[in-house]
Ligand binder design. Structure first.
Ligand SMILES: *Cc1c(COP(=O)(O)O)cnc(C)c1O
Length: 443
């Protein structure tokens, strides 16, 4: 069994995270429950920041908040000197409500609405990562209306394909994101930006994919971006001050995943930038990266209660938990793999291979296919590891299932960061139109 961060098995044979016994957490907060190992989140943040400090380059490490956007995470990001990426008014609002320093907020997205852009301009955020020509004109116009100048990075697609699951790779040419380097649209975007008076061009951004386990993709992207920078400087007399190489640093969900230490990714990136830019006598730009998954993914654990089981002799045995694709849609979306343990008998020997099903009315609602576990009893607690990223963030109320609570644990202390939804929350936005009420009383 692979235990992440502060997770361990205590003297009672229970899974413990952040010094908190998970069986106690289940009693106190109920299940399903997202548990976040705060020390591990902070450790990751520091690994990024310290790796960059060692490089001597100027930098920003922006937490891609879409991985897990809640106010407590924004607070941690602020304390750890991170910047923050947002991709919607909701994520921006979360950051603003958490009091996150506006200058360190970067706004992403391929279809920012005028309202979202205005909200971000009013908040004086640090930077817009502009995705397309429509947005370029829109942002320039809206900034002009307010008498403001907006800092921008242009998102380019460098044509580098990271080795990853196809659904989540974005660096290749056929992408909904960004200006293409190869076909000249990135070049034209720079010319256009340079001519727009309400935009301040800081540089370019590239994000080559997700759950990446090698440094080569980042090195190739750095080289392509550097080549582009040199061409732009010589032909258009525009110098980039910032190069953003995106996120996508991999984590270990199962034994198949072999991520590199954070320091190794960052050293490869900063070395590639130094080499490529120095060779061209180009002033070394500031480097930004945007880790999402690797900041929180393995710090999260979801705790469920096992409710029912079904044995189909010769086929498979199912055990069903009190959550499922509503709190973790990734297995259904991406065939993502996870590992799990019985949290209240974490030392018990592996006895059977089961499929962990959720409680949604979908045959595809399976969290783990062929999960090796001790013989599960009804009422046992199942802990699924590595659920910190893109789980709560992607949770839904399908079947009107309430979203679980999130607790942060550290040094034996647990605190609610997001309350469990109530049944009243479930109907909170529902309205029965008056004419329907009349119809029912008229009967
Ligand atoms: C999703 C995304 C990230 C974060 O990706 P991770 O794989 O979670 O590190 C960073 N930058 C951009 C532009 C993204 O779309």
């Amino acid at each position: 069994m692979y235990l992440h961060g502060t997770s361990k098995i205590n003297a009672q044979g229970h899974l413990e995270i952040g010094g908190c016994d998970t069986t106690d957490l289940a009693k106190q907060y109920g299940t399903p429950l997202y548990i976040v190992d705060e020390a591990l989140v902070r450790q990751r943040a520091r690994e990024y920041v310290e790796s960059f400090r060692a490089s001597g380059l100027k930098f920003q490490v922006a937490y891609a908040s879409k991985a897990f956007s809640v106010m407590a995470m924004c607070a941690i990001a602020e304390q750890e000197d991170l910047s923050l990426d947002v991709v919607s008014d909701g994520e921006l609002y979360t950051a603003l409500k958490a009091g996150f320093p506006v200058q360190r907020i970067h706004f992403h997205g391929n279809n920012k609405t005028p309202d979202e852009i205005n909200m971000a301009l009013d908040a004086n955020i640090g930077c817009f990562v502009v995705d397309n020509f429509v947005e370029l004109q829109l942002l320039n116009a809206l900034a002009g209306d307010k008498g403001k100048k907006a800092n921008v990075l242009l998102r380019v697609t460098p044509g580098v394909e990271a080795h990853t699951h196809d659904y989540i790779s974005t660096g290749q040419q056929d992408s909904k994101f960004g200006f293409d380097l190869a076909n000249g649209s990135a070049y034209r975007a720079i010319q256009e930006t340079d001519a727009l008076t309400n935009l301040e061009l800081l540089g370019v951004h590239s994000h080559i994919g997700s759950q990446i386990f090698e440094v080569e993709g980042f090195q190739m992207a750095a080289a392509k971006v550097a080549e582009f920078a040199v061409q732009i400087r010589s032909e258009l007399d525009v110098t980039f001050r910032v190069i953003n190489l995106g996120g996508g640093f991999g984590i270990r969900y199962t034994a198949e995943d072999k991520p590199l230490p954070v320091a190794q990714y960052i050293k490869a990136i900063t070395d590639a930038i130094k080499t490529n830019f120095s060779e061209a006598n180009y002033p070394l730009p500031e480097i930004w990266v945007e880790p999402g998954r690797s900041m929180v993914g393995d710090a999260g654990t979801t705790l469920y209660t096992i409710g029912t089981s079904k044995d189909i002799p010769g086929v498979r045995k199912y055990i069903a938990v009190d959550g499922g694709m509503t709190d973790n849609p990734r297995p259904a979306l991406y065939e993502s793999k996870y590992e799990a343990v019985i949290a209240n008998r974490a030392n018990a020997p592996i006895e059977e291979t089961v499929t962990v099903a959720g409680k949604c009315c979908e045959s595809g609602d399976k969290l783990i296919i062929d999960c090796e576990l001790p013989k599960a009893e009804i009422g046992d607690l199942l802990a699924v590891f590595c659920t910190g990223a893109y789980n709560y963030a992607m949770a839904s109320n399908y079947n009107r299932i309430r979203r679980p609570a999130v607790v942060f644990v550290k040094d034996g202390q647990s605190d609610v960061a997001v309350k469990r939804e109530s049944l009243d929350d479930i109907v909170g936005n529902d309205v029965i139109p008056a004419r329907m009420k009349q119809a029912s009383t008229a009967k």
